[in-house]
Design a protein around this ligand. Structure first.
Ligand code: MTE
Ligand code: MO
Length: 321
């Protein structure tokens, strides 16, 4: 029997943000360089508090209504105070410690199998990309979940800008390494820097996203400022934070969690409620900020229409966490 399943993106765009928000974003975007220099003196702050973010004027950006979630947004106060960021500690309460991370200058190295290896400033990347907002489900392998409005740009747009060569098969992404500000990195038994990777066809999938903002503001340090990966059909540990390097390579990289505990965390790490983690079930998830409400977990975290095709020729691989 042929069953036509309606795909998420076939739902009409009813709630699209009015165009006036675009105009605002572009007007402010054009003033980015000037704004940054005006803010520069406040880098020296009397209280020792982090300086204001020079990209503040870029947000909010228009929400892309192609990506819909039938869940309430997680409260901003939850998403920004309940985090995993081992560089700043192994508890969920690292948000204060993460404020020590300096965000400028923020240089990003693009190398490996690319036409022109180069180092670019984060603000120059932002100027080259088109920002949008996407609301995605977010599922940690620890069986909790959130619903988050990310702002940023499609990873595909960035990959094209990097001009990879045709023999590039994987994209490796790495977090900064600076044990002076990140006390977790003084623990030498971890394979720092935090490293993640995607196959090139995964990186080019329309869902793959680089977040530079959250809840209509620049992304906070504890959530991976100034730029972090978002791949909503995979467990959260794939979503590497505070990236300083994109390397295009021919061989599958070894990731941080594979280096630490390969028996529990694989490379593909796609969400699957029927494949348990060695130490707990993945059948359901707790929605953070709802007083403990649990809901069933969905295959590919509900994004199978977008990504299942990526894996039809990889059935002999360990596709799930
Ligand atoms: N550099 C780095 N990136 C990281 C982590 C980390 O410890 N270090 N934790 C991962 C895990 S396990 C999860 S669930 C998400 C958490 O993202 P959030 O704090 O924005 O919810 O970040 C991922 N990215
Ligand atoms: Mo996680």
């Amino acid at each position: 029997m042929f069953v036509h399943r309606r795909r998420g993106w076939e739902i009409p765009e009813r709630e699209a943000t009015p165009e006036s928000q675009w105009t605002r974003r572009h007007a402010l975007g054009a003033g980015l360089a000037a704004g940054a220099s005006v803010l520069a003196p406040s880098l020296v702050s009397a209280q020792g508090a982090p300086p204001p973010d020079p990209t503040e004027g870029l947000y909010p950006v228009m929400r892309n209504m192609r990506y819909r979630v039938d869940r309430d947004l997680t409260a901003e106060s939850e998403a920004t105070t309940y985090n995993n960021f081992y560089e700043f500690g192994t508890s969920k309460s690292i948000w204060r410690a993460a404020q020590a991370l300096p965000l400028r200058p923020w240089e990003v190295r693009i190398d490996g199998l690319v036409e022109r290896p180069r180092t670019v400033g984060f603000d120059d990347i932002l100027k080259a990309m088109t920002l949008e907002e996407r609301v995605y489900r977010f599922r940690c392998v620890e069986a909790w979940a959130m619903t988050v409005p990310w702002s940023g740009f499609p990873l595909r747009q960035f990959v094209e800008w990097c001009e990879p060569k045709s023999d590039a098969k994987y994209l490796v992404m790495q977090t900064f390494q600076n044990p002076r500000v990140a006390p977790g990195q003084r623990a030498t038994w971890y394979p720092w820097p935090y490293t993640e990777g995607l196959a090139m066809d995964e990186a080019m999938n329309e869902l793959s996203f680089i977040a530079t903002g959250l809840y209509g503001k620049p992304i906070p340090r504890q959530n991976g400022a100034p730029l972090r990966l978002v791949v909503p059909w995979k467990y959260g540990f794939k979503a590497v934070k505070s990236i300083v390097r994109f390397a295009f390579v021919a061989e599958r990289p070894k990731t941080f969690w594979e280096g630490l505990q390969a028996s529990e965390y694989g490379f593909w790490a796609n969400v699957n409620p029927r494949v348990a983690h060695p130490r707990w079930s993945q059948a359901s998830e707790e929605l953070i900020g709802t007083g403990g409400r649990r809901v069933p977990t969905q295959l590919f975290n509900g994004y199978g229409d977008f990504v299942a095709d990526l894996y039809t020729n990889r059935q002999n691989e360990r596709l799930w966490a």
